[in-house]
Design a protein around this ligand. Structure first.
Ligand SMILES: CC(C)=CCC/C(C)=C/CC/C(C)=C/CC/C(C)=C/[C@@H]1[C@@H](COP(=O)(O)OP(=O)(O)O)[C@]1(C)CC/C=C(\C)CC/C=C(\C)CCC=C(C)C
Ligand SMILES: [Mn+2]
Length: 406
């Protein structure tokens, strides 16, 4: 796709995210979403434990621990922004004054009207991309305030472009160096130096909300993984991948979507729910695309769990639906649903205008799991999809539920 082309900028050594956690001792792998404790008061969105394995230990795994640290940092940012909105705004103004003023920003000020001129065009283009690639989601954003709507579009487009680097038509030319350049470009836009108009929209968005660069960097890290890793030995490894490519989206968008002012939930528990939605979506993607991924030589399934089910890589490449496969898939679907359940509890705590699009997308995505079941677990040659009628029914239902509030 032409619009995603042209990446430039100088090379930069990659800085691993969550480095502090890498020194921690590894804990016993756990298979289920773990509700996070509340650290700063407020109610947690904890749910009763259900178990896939008979005796699931409760400690967080190494990956969960690493991701949890990012969640805490993001939550602290939001809390800081609420506590000292005035101070943060002043600091932002100071920071922007110190930076070289880009042309698009000057034009914006000259016109004196936000949303007009080059920047307005940039956001419009982001909206168009969103409308083309994520119709239902685009519809949902129409309920949000114009500022939030535009910000979510800008984030969406950056995510889409990032994924396109490794999955799009130019994917075979993408090297770790190209991803380093993309990361440098991200740093530049966070510092107010956008490279193109899509970047300009995001560069305009990030100082307006407590959005942090870390989840964006982590998504690039996920794309780096896709360049060399095509097997996942355990769920812990897969969980980290899912965080990188999808959980990050929740962390990027909550600061924009906003938490309901009357919500009693702690900030980090809302972030945890957002993270769970990303993980649930990605696990669902993976379960839907088993055959497609296998044809590209990829297996995004925990190999140890496959072995426990009496299956191996060859069974995936052969693509025969057997009872062993059905049993294995039932367990995987059950786990994905637990992540959706965890996420759903958080939706009520989002700002009221943001609930509908999130809930609608959650319900629509979750139905892909039902479709895999309806296909008798043949995700090798049959693509699970949610029909138009079901989609249309979900929208008003989600609207009604979202309106109930927290
Ligand atoms: C409290 C609470 C529940 C808050 C909600 C927080 C929230 C809005 C979370 C969003 C979760 C979400 C939509 C995650 C995206 C997961 C996803 C599908 C990731 C895909 C990655 C790569 O997968 P793969 O290559 O295997 O798949 P494809 O074959 O390419 O599909 C992604 C494609 C990464 C790129 C992600 C996007 C383009 C989606 C970005 C979406 C947004 C910024 C908007 C999210 C907002 C709403 C309302 C859903
Ligand atoms: Mn993709």
């Amino acid at each position: 796709m032409a619009v995603w082309a042209a990446h430039h900028a100088s090379c930069r050594p990659h800085q691993p995210s969550s480095s502090s956690s890498s020194q921690r001792p590894r804990r016993v792998a756990r298979l289920l979403p773990l509700p996070l404790p509340t650290r700063r008061g407020g109610a947690s969105l904890a749910r009763p434990r259900a178990s896939l394995a008979a005796a699931a230990p409760v400690a967080r795994t190494a990956s969960e621990e690493a991701v949890y640290e990012v969640v805490l940092r993001q939550a602290a940012l939001v809390e800081g922004a609420v506590a000292s909105k005035g101070a943060a705004a002043a600091a932002g103004r100071r920071r922007r004054r110190q930076q070289q003023r880009p042309r698009w920003a000057e034009e914006k000020e000259d016109e004196g009207l936000r949303g007009w001129g080059l920047l307005g065009d940039a956001y419009d283009r982001c909206g168009e991309v969103c409308a083309e690639y994520a119709k239902t989601f685009y519809l949902g954003t129409q309920l949000m305030t114009p500022e939030r709507r535009k910000a979510v579009w800008a984030i969406y487009v950056w995510c889409r472009r990032t994924d396109e680097l490794v999955d799009g038509p130019n994917a075979s030319y993408i090297t770790p160096t190209a991803l380093d350049r993309w990361e440098k470009r991200l740093e530049d836009l966070f510092e107010g130096r956008p490279y193109d108009m899509y970047d300009a929209a995001l560069a305009d968005t990030v100082p307006k909300f407590p959005v942090d660069i870390q989840p964006f960097k982590d998504m690039i890290e996920g794309m780096r993984l896709d360049l060399w890793k095509s097997r996942y030995r355990t769920f812990d490894e897969l969980y980290l991948y899912c965080y990188y490519v999808a959980g990050t989206v929740g962390l990027m968008t909550v600061p924009v979507m906003g938490i309901a002012p009357d919500s009693k939930a702690s900030t980090e528990s809302v972030y945890n729910a957002a993270l769970a939605l990303g993980i649930a979506n990605q696990l669902t993607n993976i379960l839907r695309d088993v055959g497609e991924d296998a044809r590209r030589g990829r297996i995004y399934l925990p190999l140890d769990e496959l072995a426990q089910a009496g299956l191996n890589e060859d069974d995936i490449f052969r693509g025969k639906v057997t009872d062993k496969w059905r049993r294995f898939m039932k367990g995987q679907i059950q786990r994905a649903r637990l992540f959706f359940d965890e996420a759903e509890k958080g939706v009520a705590h989002l700002d009221s205008a943001s609930r509908w699009p999130v809930l609608a997308s959650l319900w629509l995505y979750r139905q892909i799991l039902d479709a895999i079941e309806a296909n008798d677990y043949n995700n090798f040659t049959k693509r699970a999809y949610v029909g138009k009628a079901k989609k249309l029914l979900s929208l008003p239902a989600a609207y009604a539920r979202a309106a109930v509030g927290s």
